[in-house]
Write a protein that binds this ligand. Structure first.
Ligand SMILES: [Mg+2]
Length: 462
């Protein structure tokens, strides 16, 4: 891809990972006790949104004052007072600003290599909003529908931006969360495009040429050739009995159960390799010979370490693999053998999981189809605030992918301390150790015979 410029949508792209303002606001109003149903809310929202520049002089207004006017109109339509508008705007601002803070280092790095622009259907004061949030200097152009006089997906607004940054349409990457406005508009002009899908199911939603991003930070590896997994070390826990699958597939060890023509463990290794794994430590139980021969012949380029142990629990297995990896490297990731996760998500997890000061990180997913999910509550900073029985939000559950620092692994208590892996994690979170929670898209926990069909469809979509 020969890219000279990167153009961003604003709402849903720079201020969240793929959630529209309508979505974010409707959730916030619901959380504040206003549940009108989607249609009446949508009407009130778009009435406020479409008419804001006609009703108010927005020149020079920053984000907070603009949002207060917008929410004020919505509240009026819904028969609510100013106090609600202020509460909702406070939450909206906080979440927008946490994304600005998170995205800023990436945007600065992109700015050193590319020309950057914003292409947005917006009210006419996006310049002053970006300036107020400390972002305006990053961009060479802000093409805004209210000013350019053309709205996305019409070509004129994209051409305005492309001309301003001085490149051809096919040399500019358009990044946005809307298929209809951002992706179709870019596609029509032959512009490369990246869809910020967030947690949405990405299969078949855009054209086959679109890059799919789960987070804006996925632009790092796409555009900055950044290395992924630290030193290339990863682990797999494959020592469990897999008793429920065993009944359906007698004689086949769980890692070798076939999913779309290849053993389950094959897909897990593919994910780790996408994250940059070159050395993999795998724990097999003493009947794991067939797994070992498969892996050695299917992945001759991986440096394998096979641990053979009939462990008493998932925690003991995790502990063994962690401590072995900690003897080799500072940071690493571990997957369970039944966690089917899109390789791009595994790569993102490996890249971001321990980019901060956290002791450990857990991958979590809002797509929960598990008899005994391990619920994980996250706080605004993306850290796990409660796990298991103590979790109260119960929006996401862990999905079998973990990241650890060496020091965390070396601090693990003796094997008999816990009966289950989830007890270790719950204790770690309760002890106050910072644990990052990273939200992934759809992942599959292959446990029951009926999971195999879902797994097949999933790996075909990878
Ligand atoms: Mg958008």
């Amino acid at each position: 891809m020969h890219i000279k410029a990167v153009l961003f949508d604003y709402g849903g792209t720079l201020d969240s990972d793929g959630l529209t303002w309508l979505n974010r606001f409707s959730t916030l109003y619901r959380e504040h006790g206003i549940d009108t149903g989607l249609e009446p809310f949508r009407r009130a929202f778009y009435d406020a949104d479409d008419n804001l520049p006609a009703r108010f002089d927005l020149r020079g207004l920053g984000l907070e004052r603009t949002l207060l006017l917008q929410a004020g109109c919505v509240c009026k339509s819904l028969g609510q007072g100013e106090a609600l508008a202020q509460d909702v705007v406070r939450s909206f601002l906080d979440s927008s600003r946490s994304f600005f803070r998170r995205n800023l280092p990436l945007l600065k790095e992109l700015r050193s290599r590319y020309r950057l622009g914003v292409v947005s259907n917006f009210y006419g004061n996006l310049d002053s909003i970006l300036a107020g949030e400390g972002l305006l200097d990053l961009f060479d152009v802000v093409s805004e529908s209210e000013k350019v006089g053309v709205i996305k997906p019409e070509p004129g607004i994209f051409l305005h931006a492309v001309n301003a940054v001085g490149c051809a349409p096919n040399e500019a990457l358009m990044v946005g969360d809307s298929i209809r406005r951002d992706m179709r508009g870019a596609e029509g002009l032959g512009m490369p495009h990246a869809w910020l899908a967030g947690g949405h199911d990405a299969s078949g939603r855009c054209c086959g040429r679109a890059h799919v991003l789960r987070s804006l930070l996925d632009l790092g590896p796409l555009l900055l050739d950044r290395p992924t997994l630290h030193a290339g070390f990863a682990g797999i826990i494959a020592a469990g009995e897999g008793s429920r699958l065993k009944e359906a597939r007698p004689g086949t060890p769980k890692p070798l159960v076939s999913v779309a023509g290849r053993p389950l463990v094959h897909w897990v290794v593919e994910g780790l390799r996408a994250a940059g794994a070159r050395s993999i430590v795998i724990l097999l139980n003493t009947s794991g010979d067939a797994v070992r021969s498969y892996l050695e012949s299917a992945f001759p380029d991986v440096t394998w370490t096979f641990l053979r142990e009939d462990t008493a629990s998932s925690w003991e297995s995790f502990r063994l693999v962690s401590r072995r990896l900690a003897s080799e490297t500072e940071r690493f990731i571990i997957s369970t053998v039944d966690a089917l996760i899109p390789p791009a998500d595994v790569a993102r997890f490996a890249r971001e999981a321990l980019s901060g000061p956290e002791a450990a990180a857990l991958a979590v997913t809002p797509f929960v189809d598990d008899e005994k999910p391990l619920w994980a509550d996250l706080d605004d900073a993306g850290r796990v605030s409660a796990l298991g029985a103590r979790a109260s939000q119960r929006r996401c559950a862990t999905c079998g992918l973990y990241a650890l620092r060496r020091s965390t692994a070396l601090d693990m208590p003796p094997a008999p301390t816990y009966a289950r892996l989830r007890d270790y994690w719950a204790a770690l979170v309760e002890s106050g150790s910072p644990v990052r929670g990273m939200v992934l898209g759809k992942t599959i926990d292959v446990d029951r015979p009926q999971d195999l069909g879902i797994a097949e469809a999933a790996v075909r979509a990878f």
